[in-house]
Write a protein that binds this ligand. Structure first.
Ligand code: SF4
Length: 352
């Protein structure tokens, strides 16, 4: 296991660089040195932990199979592990047989039409949508009810964006995907405008798009607290801090994971010349490390810590490692309660 250390303190991997004798230590001495700057926070956020625990508790409470609409989080390892326990992942409710009464919604949230369809089919819904995504749903709905024209800053086709757009009637929300779209956007009314954002965007991209919108439409309003969630913000801040210190940065995460993709982009935009997004150590192109003496390492919000540890173990086989954890924020104590109805059933309140 990795030893957590405060910023500024270097330690070798205890089971690798210490305590070995004679020939083994001579072998270690021959390894090139590599300083690893390990971002903290990294990996699982509270919304992902809640979603994964929801599926696990549902399997324990109701038994397999349990149907889950969309990958509960964007991580192949998490999905495979839940599949092995009896979870069945589908993209649409139509793929679920009629005699299956329960469905779990993924952390990304769903359009209201999906919820209505599940209800119409008499399914028991366990909603694992992250509470911070639900917050964006409520904001969009509230602005709409107050007569605002609603703009969503986000990435087209991402399940979270589909879910947010689907909170209001078709066409009610205008999607703004980038700076160019913010510059060319023409409101329908131009009088009352409000914006919300996807939770996993680059905080720097959002700031720039909002700046343009505010410049063009000075009365535009937005959420009091940014929709870009705490986990996205913290992981990007840590990457920003290490980017100027290292020769290369590895982000562990899925290409389908928005927050992982943004971590790589932030690393590049903050001046790191070599950045790599890999799902796990098996995808690492070791030539990336040929001219690397200082390596940054982080993981997206849907990545289990085990994958970070496996990468560090593989690095330690080739390099004499010094690992420094660079901590930019604490997420201690941040957690979200599991869905109430599931908890009731799990505590013996009567399985549906
Ligand atoms: Fe929730 Fe943010 Fe995690 Fe997404 S990244 S699940 S919004 S805490």
């Amino acid at each position: 296991m990795l030893v957590g250390v405060d910023a500024g303190v270097f330690l070798s991997r205890p089971n690798i660089s210490l305590g070995k004798q004679d020939t083994t230590s001579r072998m270690f001495e021959q390894k090139p040195g590599l300083d690893v700057y390990l971002c903290a926070p990294r990996g699982f956020c509270a919304g992902v932990s809640r979603a994964v625990e929801t599926v696990e508790l549902a399997l324990k409470t109701y038994g397999a199979p349990i149907y889950v609409r969309h990958h509960i989080v964007h991580n192949r390892h998490v999905i495979q592990s839940l599949q092995a326990k009896g979870a069945i992942f589908v993209e649409e409710l139509s793929e679920i047989p009629d005699n299956q009464a329960r469905v779990i919604f993924s952390a990304h949230g769903v359009p209201t039409a999906v919820e209505s369809e599940a209800t119409r089919r008499g399914m028991f819904i366990v909603d694992a949508s992250c509470p911070l995504v639900k917050k964006v749903h409520r904001e969009a709905e509230a602005y709409y009810k107050l007569g605002y024209e609603v703009v969503l800053i986000g990435h087209r086709g991402h399940p979270e964006v589909i879910g947010i757009l689907g909170q209001l009637p078709a066409g009610a929300i205008t999607l703004i995907v980038d700076v160019a779209a913010a510059k060319s956007f023409s409101p329908r009314s131009g009088i009352k405008l409000a914006y919300v954002t996807q939770t996993t965007l680059s905080i720097y991209d959002v700031a720039e798009i909002v700046r343009i919108l505010e410049q063009r439409f000075p009365t535009i309003t937005g959420p009091r607290k940014s929709d870009v969630c705490y986990a996205t913000t913290n992981r990007q801040s840590a990457v920003k801090m290490i980017a100027p210190l290292v020769d290369a940065i590895i982000v562990i995460g899925s290409p389908a994971s928005s927050n992982s993709q943004r971590l790589r982009e932030v690393a590049s935009s903050e001046g790191c010349a070599r950045t790599l997004l890999i799902e796990d150590v098996s995808q690492l192109d070791w030539t990336l490390l040929d001219r690397t003496s200082r390596l940054g390492l982080t993981a997206g919000a849907s990545v289990p810590e085990l994958l970070v540890e496996r990468l560090l173990d593989a690095l330690a086989e080739r390099f004499s490692l010094k690992v420094e954890t660079v901590t930019t924020a604490s997420e201690d104590g941040i957690s979200f309660a599991l869905p109430k109805a599931l908890l009731t059933d799990a505590r013996g309140g009567g399985a549906r």
